[in-house]
Design a protein around this ligand. Structure first.
Ligand code: ADP
Length: 167
């Protein structure tokens, strides 16, 4: 039976959140009634921000979006989705390379938990934006200001200065 109220989670590392991620959030809001941006706590390579910091930074960006919330989670995405009563996992696609990995992930999640994944394709202008590259380029002094929101850009610059001072 078709559900009348559809709740989705948008899981990811979001270190940091990019304009590409926000594009996915905006597209997701046209499809779903409620969306939780779910920051995974599993460790990533060379993180810039703690999961708590990422949650706080994202929360500032979505204050005017009442149907969107943000929290962090531990462990399996599908277990978290079940705990939140989510109907759908939302993921973004940038390229055919994403498709291969995302396809596998979505199939696995459906096999283990029966949950569907819905993909939205990002706006072409963000097709090459990735948090990993932003971390790398910014740490080497590259200008990433067009790829992330202004507030996030400021936080990235502050963090890099702090890290450089500590070195
Ligand atoms: P993960 O480590 O789980 O891939 P990310 O934070 O890198 O976490 O990405 C979360 C989701 O957002 C993934 O579905 C990814 O494909 C998607 N995504 C990342 N960058 C973009 C972008 N520029 N445009 C659209 N989707 C994106």
């Amino acid at each position: 039976m078709k559900k009348t109220f559809v709740k989705a989670i948008f899981p990811g590392s979001f270190d940091p959140i990019t304009n590409g991620h926000l594009d996915v959030v905006h597209r997701g809001m046209k499809l779903f009634d409620e969306l939780i941006i779910a920051v995974g706590r599993s460790p990533i390579k060379n993180p810039l921000f703690t999961p708590e910091e990422r949650v706080e930074m994202i929360a500032e960006l979505v204050t005017d979006m009442p149907r969107v919330s943000v929290e962090s989670f531990d462990g399996l995405t599908v277990k978290y989705a079940a705990k939140k009563g989510a109907d759908v996992i939302l993921r973004g696609l940038r390229s055919l390379t994403d498709v291969q990995y995302e396809f596998q992930l979505a199939m696995t999640n459906r096999a283990v938990a029966g949950i569907e994944t819905v993909f939205v394709m990002t706006s072409e202008q963000y097709g090459f934006t990735s948090s990993t590259l932003i971390r790398e380029v910014a740490s080497l002094g590259g200008d990433v200001s067009k790829l992330i929101p202004k507030t996030i850009y400021n936080r990235v610059q502050q963090r890099l200065k702090k890290l450089n001072r500590e070195e």
